[in-house]
Design a protein around this ligand. Structure first.
Ligand SMILES: [Fe+2]
Length: 326
C-alpha cells in the first residue's frame, strides 16, 4: 500500500489549479482536460466527464466493485482499501504493458479525491447535475462550488419517511419537482395503523420522492431489509462512470427509457446492448461492466445485495456470476 502524503506535494499550475499526486500517479487539469500520468503512460479526459466521474466515486465511497472513469482509469473498491488503476481493465493497455495499479487506504485516496473535486470544480459547474441544468466546466480556475460537490448522499437506516430517518423531499426543504417530472402525482399514501403502532408503520410515494431528486445517476438507499438495499435514482444523459460490479445488480425501470451498453468487465469487449422501458427488469451479472444512456430524465430502481461476503464468494466460484437458475 502507498500512503505517502499527496496533498503536501501539490503545486498550482498556470491555470490556477493544484496538481495532485497519489503514489506514482499525477493528476492535473487545464481549461478543457484532466491529464493523468503514471510511470508507464498518460491519459487525457475531457474535464467535464472527469469531474462527473470523480463526483460519483467520491459520493458513493467507491461503490461496489469497479468504478471506471472511462476505458482506461478508475478504482476498485476492496472495502477498506482501494486500487487506483490505469489500463488494468483494458486489454490493449495490458498487452502493451502500459497498465499500472496502486493500492491505497480508502481514507487516504478519498481525502485526495475530495480535495481534487473541490479544487477543480468552478463556481458555475455542478458535476452531479444534468447537462441542461448546469453551467460549463471549462476554463481557468474561477471560484468553487463546494455545496454542490459535498451533497450528502441519502442512506436510510430503515426507510425514507420513517420517524427519525431520512426526510421526504418537499419544496420547503429545498427539493422542488424537476422540470421533466412536472406530471408526477404528489399524493401520499394513507396510513391506517392499529392503535399503538402509529410510529411503526410508514409509507411514502416513491415516484413523488424521485421527481424531486436534484441530481442524476446517484443511487441513494431509500429502504433497507438486512442486506437488501433499494437504491432508486433518476437518470439523464450518460452514466458518468462505467460500473464493473463485484456482485449481481438488479434494475427495475420505473419510468422512461435507459439504453445500457454492457461489456466484459476485464477486457471491455462488447457483450450486449439492453434497452429498458417502463416496467422492464434486468439483472446485471457480476462479470460485466455497464454504462447507461438516458435520453430524458428517467427513474430507475437499483436493487443491491449489500452483503460483504458476496465478492469473495463470486471470486472463488462459490457463488455464480449470474442471478438465478431457471
Ligand atoms: Fe451498476
Amino acid at each position: 500500500m502507498t500512503d505517502t502524503a499527496s496533498l503536501d506535494a501539490m503545486r498550482v499550475n498556470e491555470h490556477g489549479y493544484p496538481v495532485f499526486r497519489l503514489g506514482e500517479f499525477t493528476f492535473g487539469r487545464d481549461e478543457y482536460f484532466a491529464h493523468i500520468e503514471w510511470p508507464t503512460g498518460n491519459h487525457t479526459m475531457s474535464i467535464d466527464a472527469f469531474l462527473r466521474a470523480l463526483q460519483r466515486d467520491v459520493a458513493w465511497n467507491f461503490f461496489y466493485g469497479t468504478v471506471n472513469f472511462d476505458d482506461v482509469v478508475g478504482t476498485v473498491n476492496h472495502y477498506g482499501n482501494v486500487d487506483l488503476f490505469a489500463g488494468s481493465f483494458n486489454e490493449s493497455y495490458r498487452k502493451a504493458e502500459l497498465d499500472h495499479l496502486e493500492n491505497f487506504p480508502s481514507d487516504f485516496i478519498m481525502d485526495t479525491f475530495k480535495a481534487m473535486l473541490d479544487a477543480w470544480t468552478n463556481a458555475d459547474f455542478d458535476p452531479f447535475a444534468a447537462p441542461e441544468e448546469t453551467g460549463s466546466a471549462w476554463g481557468d480556475k474561477a471560484g468553487s462550488n463546494t455545496d454542490a460537490v459535498t451533497r450528502r448522499r441519502v442512506t436510510a437506516q430503515r426507510m425514507v419517511g420513517v420517524p427519525g430517518g431520512e426526510e421526504l423531499r418537499t419544496d420547503e426543504n429545498g427539493f422542488p419537482i424537476n422540470r421533466q417530472f412536472a406530471d408526477v402525482a404528489q399524493t401520499q399514501p394513507e396510513i391506517h395503523a392499529e392503535p399503538g403502532f402509529e410510529n411503526e408503520v410508514a409509507a411514502f410515494n416513491l415516484f413523488a420522492y424521485l421527481s424531486r431528486s436534484n441530481v442524476t445517476w446517484n443511487p441513494s438507499v431509500v429502504s433497507v431489509c438486512k442486506d437488501s438495499l433499494y437504491c432508486p435514482t433518476t437518470e439523464e444523459y450518460i452514466l458518468p462512470i462505467i460500473h464493473g460490479n463485484d456482485r449481481v445488480e438488479w434494475f427495475v425501470q420505473l419510468s422512461d427509457q435507459i439504453e445500457w451498453v454492457v461489456e466484459d468487465k476485464n477486457t471491455g469487449a462488447m457483450r450486449a446492448r439492453v434497452t429498458m422501458k417502463p416496467g422492464d427488469v434486468a439483472a446485471m451479472p457480476a462479470d460485466i461492466r455497464h454504462q447507461g444512456y438516458a435520453p430524458k430524465r428517467s427513474m430507475l430502481l437499483v436493487w443491491e445485495n449489500g452483503s460483504p461476503a458476496i465478492p469473495e464468494l463470486i471470486a472463488t466460484g462459490k457463488a455464480p456470476t449470474y442471478p438465478i437458475d431457471f
